[in-house]
Ligand binder design. Structure first.
Ligand code: HEM
Ligand code: HEM
Ligand SMILES: [Fe+2]
Length: 465
C-alpha cells in the first residue's frame, strides 16, 4: 500500500505552521540560554537585554511555537481523517500570515520597550503583564480572530467530510481550548481575582485541553506509524478524555493554595490534582500496549522514537514531577522554587515538545510519499541529546529546588536572609551551573534536529532507490 497522499492545500499550510514552530523553538532555546547564563553571571547584558525580558520571550516563544505546531498538526490530519480538502483553506492561510506578522511585531516591541510604567495604553500596546500571556490586548484580539478561523476550518471540514472519533474529540477540545483563552483577557484590579482567572488559561490549557490534544495526536500517530487498530485507539482516547477533564478541572486547585482564595481549595486541590497522573498512566499504558501489539511494523523510525519519549516524558514530567509538589503540605515548602521550574521544563518537553516533533516527522514522511522512513544517525543524536539535556536540566533544578525548600524555607522560615543564604549555597549554585551546561547539550541536539528535519526526506528517498 502506498502512503502517498494527494497534495492537499491543508497539508501545505501545515508545513508552514511547522516551519515557523521550529524557528520559534530555536528562538526559545537561545532566550533560555541567555537567561540561564544571566543566573551565573548577572552582569551579562544587564540593562541591554534583561533577565526579565529573556525569560518572558523564552516562555512566550514556548507557548506560541507549541500552538503553531498543534494548529499545524490539525491542518495536517484533517484531510486524512475526513477524506476531503479543508473547507475555507484560503482563509486559513490568510490567518497564518496575520498571526505570524502579529507574533513578530509583539516580540519586536518586547525587545524595544523593556521597562516603563504599566498603564492602560501599555496593556493595549506593549505588554499585558500576565506570565505566559504577556501579549498586548490588540494581539489577543488578533489571535482570537485567527483561532476562530481555524476552528471554523475544522468544524466545517468535519461536518462536510467523514467523521471519526479522533475528529470528534478534536472538535470538542478546540471549543474548550479557544474559549479558555478569553479568561486571560479581561482585567480586574484585584490581584487574587486576576490570578484566579489567569490560571484558567494556563492550568486548564496544559493540564486539560492540551493533554486531550496530545491524546488525539497519539491516536492518529499510532494509526499512521504502526497501523494500530482504530477501534482500540479511539476507545482509549475516550477514556483518557473523560479522565483528563475529570481530574484536570478541579485539579486547578493546586494553584489556589496561596493566592488568597478560600482555604477549601487546599482539600479540593490536593485530592483532584493528586488524581491527575492517573490518565497519564493510562496514556503510557495505551502507547506501550499498542507498541507491543505491532512489533516490527513501524514505518517511521524518528516519529516512533519521539512518541516513546512522549509517553515516558509526559508520565515523568507532568505525572511524577507534578505529583511530587502538588500536596499543599509539600507545596508550602517548594512553591515558586527551582523545583517548579524543573517540573515546568520536563512537563512541557515530555508532554508537548516530543509529540509535536514526532508529528513533524510524520508530516515529512507522508508529504514525500516515503513508505518507510528510518532514523538516521542525526535523528538518533537529536532525540538523545535533547532528551538528555532537558532531563539533565530538570534534575539540576530539582536539586537546587531542594536547597531552597530545606535551607530557605524549612531552616530559615522563608525569611529574606534565608533566601540569600540558599541562593549562595553550593548545592544550589552547582545546580544552576549544571542547568546551563545541560542547556547547551539541549541546544546542540536542537541544531541536529533542524538538520535532520531538512534532510531526512532526501536521504530516505535516496535509500529507497
Ligand atoms: C503536561 C502537563 C503539565 C505542564 C506542561 C505543567 C507545567 C507547569 C508549569 C510551567 C508550572 C509553573 C507555573 C508558574 O510559572 O507559576 C507548573 C506548576 C505546577 N504544576 Fe504543573 N504542569 C503539568 C502537569 C501537572 C500535573 C499533572 C501536576 C500534579 C499532579 C502538576 C502540578 C503542579 C503544581 C503543584 C504547580 C505549582 C508549583 C508551585 O507552587 O510553584 N502539574 N506546572
Ligand atoms: C537551552 C535549553 C534551555 C535553557 C537554558 C532554559 C532556561 C530557562 C531559564 C533560565 C528559565 C527561567 C527560570 C527562572 O525564572 O528561574 C526558564 C524558564 C522556563 N523554561 Fe526553559 N530553558 C531551556 C529549554 C526549555 C525547554 C525545552 C522548555 C520546554 C519545552 C522550557 C520551558 C520553560 C518553562 C515552562 C519555564 C518557566 C518555568 C516556571 O515558570 O517555573 N525551557 N528556562
Ligand atoms: Fe496545574
Amino acid at each position: 500500500m502506498s502512503i502517498a497522499t494527494p497534495k492537499y492545500l491543508s497539508q501545505s499550510l501545515a508545513m508552514k505552521y511547522f516551519f515557523v514552530a521550529v524557528v520559534l523553538f530555536g528562538a526559545q532555546l537561545v532566550m533560555g540560554l541567555i537567561a540561564a547564563y544571566q543566573f551565573v553571571n548577572p552582569e551579562f547584558l544587564f540593562n541591554v537585554f534583561n533577565f526579565s525580558t529573556a525569560r518572558m520571550v523564552h516562555i512566550n516563544a514556548l507557548v506560541v511555537w507549541m500552538l503553531y505546531a498543534m494548529i499545524g498538526s490539525a491542518y495536517w490530519m484533517l484531510p486524512e481523517e475526513t477524506g476531503i480538502e479543508t473547507v475555507g483553506i484560503k482563509l486559513g492561510t490568510l490567518g497564518f500570515y496575520i498571526l505570524t506578522l502579529a507574533v513578530t511585531i509583539v516580540v519586536g516591541v518586547y525587545i524595544l520597550v523593556q521597562v516603563g510604567p504599566g498603564t492602560e495604553a501599555s496593556i493595549w500596546l506593549i505588554n499585558e503583564g500576565r506570565e505566559y500571556l504577556e501579549a498586548p490586548r490588540w494581539a489577543d484580539i488578533g489571535i482570537t480572530v485567527v483561532v476562530l478561523i481555524f476552528v471554523y476550518n475544522v468544524f466545517a471540514t468535519v461536518m462536510k467530510g467523514k467523521r471519526t472519533g479522533i475528529t470528534t474529540v478534536l472538535m470538542a477540545d478546540l471549543i474548550a481550548l479557544a474559549g479558555l483563552y478569553l479568561a486571560g483577557m479581561f482585567y480586574t484590579s484585584n490581584i487574587t481575582m486576576d490570578q484566579f482567572w489567569w490560571w484558567w488559561v494556563i492550568h486548564l490549557w496544559v493540564e486539560a485541553t492540551w493533554e486531550v490534544f496530545v491524546g488525539v495526536l497519539i491516536a492518529y500517530g499510532l494509526i499512521k506509524v504502526m497501523h494500530a487498530n482504530r477501534q482500540i485507539v479511539e476507545m482509549w482516547l475516550w477514556i483518557e478524555v473523560t479522565m483528563l477533564f475529570g481530574s484536570g478541572i478541579l485539579g486547578m486547585g493546586h494553584h489556589y493554595f496561596w493566592i488568597g482564595t478560600p482555604e477549601y481549595w487546599w482539600e479540593i486541590g490536593a485530592l483532584f490534582s493528586a488524581l491527575e497522573p492517573v490518565p497519564l498512566v493510562g496514556m503510557l499504558v495505551h502507547v506501550i500496549y499498542d507498541m507491543g501489539k505491532h512489533n516490527g511494523k513501524v514505518n517511521n523510525g524518528p516519529a516512533f522514537s519521539w512518541f516513546i519519549v512522549n509517553a515516558f516524558g509526559n508520565f515523568l514530567g507532568a505525572g511524577v514531577w507534578g505529583f511530587m509538589h502538588t500536596l499543599p503540605q509539600i507545596n508550602i515548602y517548594t512553591h515558586g522554587s527551582q523545583f517548579t521550574a524543573g517540573h515546568g521544563h520536563l512537563a512541557f518537553y515530555g508532554a508537548y515538545a516530543t509529540i509535536l516533533i514526532g508529528m513533524m516527522y510524520v508530516a515529512i514522511q507522508r508529504r514525500n510519499g516515503i513508505e518507510e522512513m528510518r532514523s538516521t544517525a542525526t535523528s538518533k543524536w537529536a532525540v538523545s541529546l535533547i532528551t538528555i539535556g532537558v532531563l539533565g536540566m530538570t534534575v539540576a533544578l530539582t536539586l537546587s529546588g531542594y536547597v531552597q525548600a530545606f535551607v530557605e524555607r524549612a531552616e530559615y522560615g522563608a525569611t529574606w536572609d534565608g533566601y540569600f543564604i540558599a541562593q549562595g549555597a553550593t548545592w544550589f549554585t552547582q545546580g544552576i551551573d549544571w542547568r546551563l551546561a545541560m542547556g547547551v547539550v539541549t541546544f546542540l541536539g536542537f541544531l541536529l534536529l533542524v538538520k535532520d528535519l531538512l534532510t531526512i526526506a532526501k536521504r530516505s528517498k535516496a535509500l529507497a532507490n
